[in-house]
Design a protein around this ligand. Structure first.
Ligand SMILES: [Zn+2]
Ligand SMILES: [Zn+2]
Length: 331
């Protein structure tokens, strides 16, 4: 499913099978999660080079491996995340912050991604997957989970955690937060009682609209929705010394707010991308929780419908393309 021009639907096309370089694996894709970042790309909020196959939460099996690939062989199941490659040379790479690499390449952004039957990926950035994590369920962990996890870790040992925007990431992190005995407060669009009850069903102790106040001040809030106005709102319900982490790649403008709302050593930060360490950590802890992602599946050729359901907030949990369903439509 190819994006040829932004603000246009993806187009089903037949293209030549990509050939792996020495460091790459060729992967036959079984599932690919659909992320809000994919929607930002299609909507033109982000401007990668086109044409492009989006998708950066890829699960599949290795069909061929370049001669320098060490850790995978044909038939191995792998996960391919957003972080596609880093330079290893810049000051960020050299200080354990490869997520900030000056020369990084991102999957489904500068390199073709997983809204396809096959892709190639640099094997050093792929993750092995534990057998207890099923293809469709593990796919959303590869971005919603991983970047959400990085944001979650930035909240330190916050006990009362607010999630603004209760989609793919928040539904995963709620399970992890409950496992770690933290309390979750879920903020949704005003009046979205369906998502509020979904949040409570996963263990949120409170759920309400983003203008409401939780019963107690929050120790931390993670903003998943791409809405800048949520930052001053979250500051109003954050205790002194608390932190707000913005986890999305794109956000509308943040309105001004009085300095007294930030006073008291409250912090605001963003989280960008992921390190391989974040991936290893989350994929190790996921089976212990165990994290059960709730997925709505779509056929590959229905990727535009999946994107639209994320845009309208119509689905609960994560959207995933199930490649085993592909073939319904002939080119
Ligand atoms: Zn670098
Ligand atoms: Zn993503």
């Amino acid at each position: 499913m190819v994006l040829e021009e932004d603000k246009r639907p993806l187009i089903l096309q037949e293209i030549p099978l990509p050939q792996p370089t020495h460091e790459q694996v060729l992967v036959k894709i079984s599932a690919c999660g659909v992320c809000r970042t994919d929607l930002h790309i299609v909507d033109g909020d982000l401007r990668p080079p086109l044409p492009l196959i989006p998708g950066h939460q890829i699960v599949g099996t290795v069909e061929a491996a370049g001669k320098h690939v060490k850790h995978y062989k044909i038939g191995d199941r792998v996960g391919i995340p957003w972080l596609g490659k880093t330079c290893g040379q810049c000051i960020f790479c050299k200080s354990d912050r490869e997520n900030l690499c000056d020369n990084a390449l991102f999957t489904g952004y500068q390199v073709n991604g997983g809204f396809a039957e096959y892709c190639v990926a640099d094997a050093r950035y792929c993750f092995p997957l534990a057998p207890q994590l099923a293809d469709l369920q593990v796919a959303p962990l590869l971005c919603a989970g991983l970047i959400g996890y990085r944001a979650y870790r930035m909240t330190g040992n916050a006990q009362r955690l607010g999630f603004y925007g209760f989609g793919s990431s928040a539904h995963i992190l709620t399970q992890l937060a409950r496992f770690e005995k933290r309390e979750v407060f879920a903020f949704t669009r005003e009046g979205d009682v369906e998502t509020q009850s979904f949040a409570r069903s996963l263990g949120a102790s409170w759920a309400g609209g983003s203008d409401s106040s939780p019963p107690n001040p929050l120790d931390a809030a993670i903003i998943f929705a791409p809405v800048g106005a949520l930052i001053p709102k979250a500051l109003k319900v954050l205790r002194k010394g608390g932190i707000i982490v913005s986890a999305g790649i794109h956000m509308s403008e943040i309105p001004s707010f009085p300095y007294k709302d930030l006073w008291g050593e409250r912090k605001i930060m963003s989280v960008a991308n992921l390190t391989r360490r974040d991936g290893e950590d989350l994929l190790a802890i996921a089976p212990k929780v165990p994290i059960k992602t709730i997925v709505q599946t779509y056929r590959l050729e229905d990727a535009n419908e999946a994107l639209n359901d994320i845009r309208t907030g119509r689905l609960q949990g994560s959207a995933v393309l199930d490649l085993s369903l592909f073939g319904g439509k002939k080119l």
